[in-house]
Design a binder for this molecule. Structure first.
Ligand SMILES: Nc1ncnc2c1ncn2[C@@H]1O[C@H](COP(=O)(O)OP(=O)(O)OP(=O)(O)O)[C@@H](O)[C@H]1O
Length: 734
């Protein structure tokens, strides 16, 4: 990746941007244009000007409100008289609001460790201030929100849920580019409570110019100044099928689509509830067969559904709950859909009803599919099989990785996928939904279009036979890493019965393994596992049993389990609190010392001999490492040996150590032709903050683990990277 980067000395200034007269952003950029040039076009400037104006007015209003709110008798008084920034910095409020136009020194070749110092004189970068709506605390709030003209949301209901402190987030323009998907914003000014509210509250959608400044500019160019066209992400469902009109169009004109569809699904649900087998009038020609386990027997060109509406074309997937089929829908355009045919077994039919309720809640709250969740288009009952009709997407991330010569994703794609996943889960959590089974298999790629690059023969030889054949010796890079989350079959509302064990083993959070009880934070742990998988190209926890899993968790976190949660585990088990996994004592509790509360690994028998197998020891001690060290090892393949990230060091300190190594290497190699590491501070910071976010997501104690909402505000999402993912984004040349 990094070999493709050339360093240019151009420096971006605001003045440059405003004087630019180049042509449209979305058009083809000429071969010798830089990122900077792309950014300097008239349309961009116009939109940026508008954005400045809007932000200025936002800021003015918000600051005014903020000051009002600071009156001591105001119940909505914010905590501090400050603008809150992401991390360490907080800007004191002036009386007069203003756009803060200041500089962050981002000179890549700057060896001075104080290079992130704010410098008033230079004009290299701008800090944007943007209003961040405050998330309400409880997902169970009735819809009585209103927006005032400052954009600040207030609501009064049984529970007052928004205190609207004027929280601002630092959003500076980035020196390295980001994919627009990495900047999708999240607005939580909606509410819908299942079974209590039928209202669909319109959600604020993101406009093009809100995303525009986030597409990035860069002081560098890709090799050969390859054109990079970062268009705006819309993130709506790409294959939106309007719901079919089952009956002839009624008069007067039908209500809006989403209401229409909701009613359709609602009535299907009622039917399931009433008799459990409300079979549609099916076509006599159907060959549709069910085996003894209640599974539909797949046959190409089978016809099913009312009036022979669906023609089966392919088997997309098979799970415990049934089969997912690619079908032609004779009543919709474009007419390919995915139909999940649930097993004709009462247990699975019941489970499907829970899935339906979850899907319906998602649909009610996101009818446009902006939040990366699978949208239910229709559902019906056919020969005792509940059928869920959804949009058709591409392969799962897991399948894509398996068929790729290099399974790892570029950093820009990891960031874009992370943003979408966390945002989507934030949306689900606000609705009170816990997914519980987030894993690469349940994340689908919207559009599989990609470019392929032949790998060097040496790399191809090192691949496993299966991967070599599947990849044909090529590395694939997606043009657009937009994703959708699927499989809500195990998802539950937070107030419902929680089974003791959830999640696929590799993505299972420690509180589930320790039988402590679980809630929203378990999804965050699973996402962290997925993100690490995207960068290392394989599962972080390739384990099958509890002891090795726990030993590996400690190894990866670099710390033992906190004693208070181990203590809690003993207490819960002693007092039989909650419903614990049936094997908790034999596979978990017995491995902890009751006095020291520490995990006894490697395992020893009564005589003191180690009984943990050599293979297991190797898996824990050799194959993995503390996460920052482990990821650094992988990154070294792209950036050279100097990239050692240490999450215990502050970023500046960490960078100055790396930088001295880089300088030393340069001196040593100055007379020879051998290559030195290709690493700059911004690239380092991108990975440093990525690892920092992971650390917070891998917090052992679920009550201290970062929430989805806070994760969206993490510093990493302000940083960009120049890599193959950026170069490939929407690249039509292939
Ligand atoms: N809308 C879709 N578009 C394309 N493929 C899909 C779609 N929905 C599901 N699939 C494919 O079908 C597979 C199984 O789907 P899903 O996970 O919903 O079923 P499941 O029975 O719950 O599976 P499991 O038991 O593994 O959890 C997915 O991994 C995916 O490959």
């Amino acid at each position: 990746m990094s070999q493709n980067i050339q360093i240019s000395t151009r420096k971006r200034s605001r003045a440059n941007m405003n004087n630019s007269t180049t042509t449209g952003l979305s058009g083809n950029t000429s071969a010798n244009k830089t990122f900077l040039d792309n950014f300097e076009d008239t349309r961009t400037n116009k939109l940026l000007d508008e954005m400045f104006a809007r932000q200025n007015s936002f800021l003015t209003d918000n600051l005014r409100n903020s000051l009002d709110l600071n009156q001591s008798d105001n119940p909505l008084r914010p905590r501090q008289h400050q603008l809150f920034l992401d991390n360490e910095n907080a800007i004191e409020l002036d009386d007069e609001p203003r756009i803060i136009n200041t500089t962050i020194n981002n000179n890549n070749n700057n060896n001075n460790s104080s290079s992130s110092r704010v410098d008033e004189d230079a004009d290299d970068d701008i800090i944007f201030i943007k209003e961040q709506p405050i998330q309400f605390s409880s997902p169970l709030i009735l819809p009585s929100s209103s927006s005032n003209n400052t954009g600040a949301t207030t609501a009064v209901s049984n529970n007052t849920y928004i205190t609207t402190p004027k929280k601002f987030k630092k959003q500076r323009t980035i020196s390295l580019p980001q994919l627009p998907l990495s900047k999708l914003s999240y607005q939580s000014n909606y509410i819908s409570v299942p079974d209590q509210s039928n209202a669909i509250v319109p959600r604020v959608t993101q406009t093009e110019n809100e995303l525009l400044h986030l597409t990035g500019s860069c002081a560098k160019t890709l090799e050969g100044n390859k054109a990079v066209n970062l268009t705006v992400a819309h993130s709506t469902s790409p294959f939106y099928n309007p719901p079919a009109q089952v009956a002839p169009p009624p008069l007067p004109p039908p209500p809006p689509q989403s209401n229409n569809l909701k009613r359709q699904i609602g009535s299907s649900l009622r039917k399931f509830k009433s008799n459990g087998s409300a079979e549609s009038t099916s076509s006599n020609k159907s060959n549709f067969k069910t085996d003894k386990d209640g599974h539909y027997v797949y046959q190409e060109n089978d016809v099913f559904g009312s009036g022979g509406r669906f023609i089966v074309k392919d088997l997309l997937g098979q799970g415990t709950f049934g089969k997912v089929l690619k079908c032609i829908d004779n009543k919709c355009e474009p007419n390919f859909v995915a139909v999940k045919v649930i097993r004709a077994v009462d247990r699975y039919r019941e489970a499907a009803k829970t899935e339906l309720r979850i899907l319906q809640t998602i649909l009610n709250n996101d009818p446009q599919g902006q939040f990366q969740c699978l949208l239910l288009r229709e559902c019906f009952d056919y020969k005792n099989h509940i059928c869920l009709v959804t949009d058709l997407y591409g392969r799962s991330i897991y399948d894509f990785m398996c068929s790729n010569g290099i399974a790892r994703f570029p950093g820009s794609h990891i960031q874009a996928i992370a943003r979408q996943l966390i945002r989507s889960v934030c949306f689900l959590h606000d609705l009170g939904i816990i997914h519980t089974d987030l894993k690469p298999e349940n994340i689908l790629i919207c559009d599989e279009t990609h470019i392929s690059r032949a790998l060097p023969a040496k790399t191809v030889q090192s691949l496993s036979k299966r991967r070599r054949e599947a990849s044909k010796g090529k590395r694939k890079i997606l043009k657009n890493p937009e994703i959708k989350i699927i499989d809500f079959g195990s998802a539950i509302f937070h107030y419902e019965y929680h089974p003791p064990v959830i999640s696929t083993r590799h993505y299972r959070a420690p509180e589930i393994v320790l039988g402590l009880g679980w809630s929203f934070p378990c999804d965050i742990w699973s996402i962290a596992c997925v993100l690490v998988e995207l960068i290392i190209g394989e599962s972080l926890y390739p384990i099958h049993e509890n002891l090795e899993h726990m030993a590996m968790m400690q190894r990866i976190n670099g710390t033992p389990f906190p004693t208070d949660i181990v203590d809690k585990m003993f207490y819960k088990s002693k007092h039989k609190l909650g419903n614990s996994p049936s094997d908790l004592t034999s596979t978990v509790i017995k491995h902890f010392d009751r006095k020291t509360l520490s995990l006894q690994w490697p395992e020893k028998n009564k005589r003191g001999d180690t009984v943990t197998t050599e293979k297991s020891m190797k898996r824990v001690l050799q194959s993995c490492d503390r996460l920052d060290i482990y990821i650094s090892k992988v990154l070294k393949q792209d950036y050279g040996d100097s990239l050692s990230i240490n999450w215990n060091l502050p970023p500046e300190k960490n960078w100055s150590l790396i930088n001295s190594k880089l300088l030393w290497k340069k001196q040593v190699h100055s007379s020879s032709s051998s290559a030195t590491d290709d690493l700059d501070k911004e690239t380092f910071l991108f990975w440093y903050w990525f690892i920092d976010l992971l650390k917070k997501m891998f917090e052992f104690d679920p009550t201290k683990r970062i929430t989805a909402k806070d994760a969206l505000d993490h510093e990493w999402f302000n940083l960009g990277i120049l890599d193959d993912g950026i170069a490939t984004y929407n690249n039509t040349q292939g």
